[in-house]
Design a protein around this ligand. Structure first.
Ligand code: TRP
Ligand code: ZN
Length: 527
């Protein structure tokens, strides 16, 4: 509620400013001139949003970023970040001006292709006006900026996210809002790019980020950590985490390099549980790889901060960020937290490799990541996905508000509602029952292997129909686009009914406990 109000205000501000520039007589289009003064065709301003109905001013139009080189110095004593962002991009048309997303921070200078540029700002938009129009094709932007990074608050629940200063450094994680709080960015998963980070901190701090650590150098009391994220990545998946880390570098049995960073202040029984989950990452990737196809990236690992007011985990690419609370029960006793590692690693396929093109399709991320937890339960001999599916279907009565959520278009307020996770996973099991195991796994693997690295719900439905040869509109309408409990759990294959019939008490008990734990966890992260 509060969220949508402030968003509307933001949009209204943006509109007012567009009207203002027009009133001042700035031309909306102009004749672009080449270095020889000859006309190179008309230029137009890049759009201030990429076209996402849920977040109209997120991302921008007219260009695509290829690489961000972020060179930032962060002083935990003042929380001030001093940055130079070098952005290599491709203009998709001739641009008189273009936008980046940046919230807070002070911009000191901007160069486009080496020449000073002018700029203007609103709460969320940084409009860059180069001396000369940018020609279609490659261009480079260099932004110098500084300030205390902007933190975001999760809609309705008043939780910190984004670039969060901690007592011993900083943790960077948020979804969808994080990147624009600490660097100028085309802030939408539709525009993936490569990243390199040069992060300079006082020498007693250490930095971990996405990808590979490629250099470390200390000069005059400050250490620069160079991190390189080689595979294209959505902006909300970029993370730099500053603190005191116990680093564990190792390789999985298949030779994948792992870099785990656990806050040195986490010790005792809690630390033992965390370490035991992280030690199983190779096994988790084997199980998930067996189901989804090869792990999509060149490294993996974890970042577990001791931050007391961090209540979520995030699938930051190659290196998820985890709240320590996934390994603590409500009374503060250490517990097994393997399933959150399974969840975040599953997002490496669904969310990271195959990213959203629109935020409303979030069930594709959360449904698959939750389904992966069910696959893991099966691997552990606890219960099958079908057993958990049926137990969940039976446990939630038709009048429970759980079923009201239209997970295929959940609205901004309910983007991360528990139903998006649980009904999302149920939709996948119902699909499996509808098309049979062989076609289901073919669909899933084909989805995970899409070349362009994006997918929408209509594309997923089309793929499922193509592979199964079935007409699935009604099926998906019931599961994704109806705010009601489906009248029956749906078609059941012979194998699935055999499995369900043999569901022993232990399995249904596990399924009920899974649901209780998941609801509690989602509830807790909502407080
Ligand atoms: N995508 C995260 C997960 O499922 C959870 C999440 C939802 C989140 N909203 C968030 C994380 C906001 C950080 C900020 O693992
Ligand atoms: Zn998730």
């Amino acid at each position: 509620m509060t969220m949508s109000k402030s968003r509307n205000r933001r949009i209204a501000t943006a509109l007012a400013i567009v009207c203002l520039t027009t009133a001042l007589g700035l031309p909306a289009t102009a004749q672009a001139a080449g270095p020889d003064g000859r006309s190179t065709g008309r230029c137009t301003p890049g759009a201030p949003g990429i076209g996402d109905p849920y977040y109209p001013n997120y991302g921008n139009g007219g260009y695509e970023v290829r690489k961000y080189d972020l060179d930032v110095t962060y002083d935990p004593a003042t929380d001030v970040l001093d940055g130079v962002a070098k952005i290599k991009a491709n203009a998709t048309k001739s641009l008189c001006s273009f936008n980046l997303d940046l919230v807070g921070m002070t911009v000191r200078s901007i160069k486009v292709n080496g020449a000073q540029a002018r700029w203007s700002r609103t709460e969320h938009e940084l409009t860059v006006i180069p001396k000369r129009p940018i020609k279609r094709g490659e261009f480079e932007v260099k932004v110098r900026y500084d300030g205390v990074p902007h933190e975001f608050v999760l809609p309705g629940i008043e939780l910190r996210t984004g670039f969060m200063a901690t007592p011993d450094g900083a943790t960077v994680a948020g979804q969808p809002e994080v990147a624009a709080g600490w660097f100028p960015v085309n802030d939408h998963p539709l525009d993936k790019a490569r990243y390199s980070f040069d992060v300079t901190v006082p020498r007693r701090y250490e930095v971990v980020a996405n990808g590979f650590l490629t250099g470390r150098e200390t000069k005059r009391g400050w250490t620069t950590y160079e991190w390189d994220a080689r595979e294209p990545m959505a902006s909300y998946l970029a993370t730099i985490d500053i603190g005191h880390w116990d680093v564990h570098k190792w390789r999985t049995d298949t030779g994948l390099p792992v870099y785990d960073a656990v806050d040195s202040a986490i010790t005792g029984g809690l630390r033992a549980e965390i370490d035991s989950s992280l030690a199983r990452q190779g096994e988790v990737l084997d199980v998930l790889g067996g189901a989804f196809g090869p792990y999509p990236f060149s490294t993996v690992g974890a970042i577990v901060d001791n931050q007391d007011d961090l209540f979520f985990a995030l699938e930051t690419q190659t290196r998820p960020v985890y709240s320590k609370y996934f390994w603590l029960d409500a009374d503060g006793n250490p517990i097994n937290g393997d399933s959150v590692v399974v969840h975040e690693l599953a997002h490496q396929w669904f969310g990271d490799k195959i990213a959203l093109a629109r935020w409303q399709d979030i069930w594709l991320n959360e449904g698959f990541a939750t389904y992966a937890e069910w696959l893991w339960a099966e691997h552990e001999g606890q219960a099958t996905p079908q057993e958990i599916f049926l137990a969940t279907y039976e446990a939630i009565p038709a009048d429970d508000p759980f079923w009201d959520v239209v997970i295929g278009d959940p609205t901004l307020e309910l983007l991360f509602d528990g139903a998006v996770y649980v009904r999302g996973a149920m939709t996948l099991q119902a699909l499996r029952n509808e098309v049979g195991d062989d076609d289901f796994w073919r669909i899933v693997r084909r989805w995970a292997a899409q070349r362009d690295g994006h997918g929408t719900t209509p594309e997923f439905i089309a793929l499922a129909e193509r592979i199964s040869g079935q007409q699935l509109d009604d099926f998906f309408d019931v599961w994704l686009f109806t705010g009601e409990k489906p009248a029956s759990p749906g078609a059941t294959t012979a194998a699935a009914s055999r499995a369900a019939a043999s569901a022993d008490d232990k399995a249904s008990e596990f399924a009920r406990q899974w649901l209780a734990k998941t609801s509690e966890r989602l509830e807790r992260s909502r407080r």
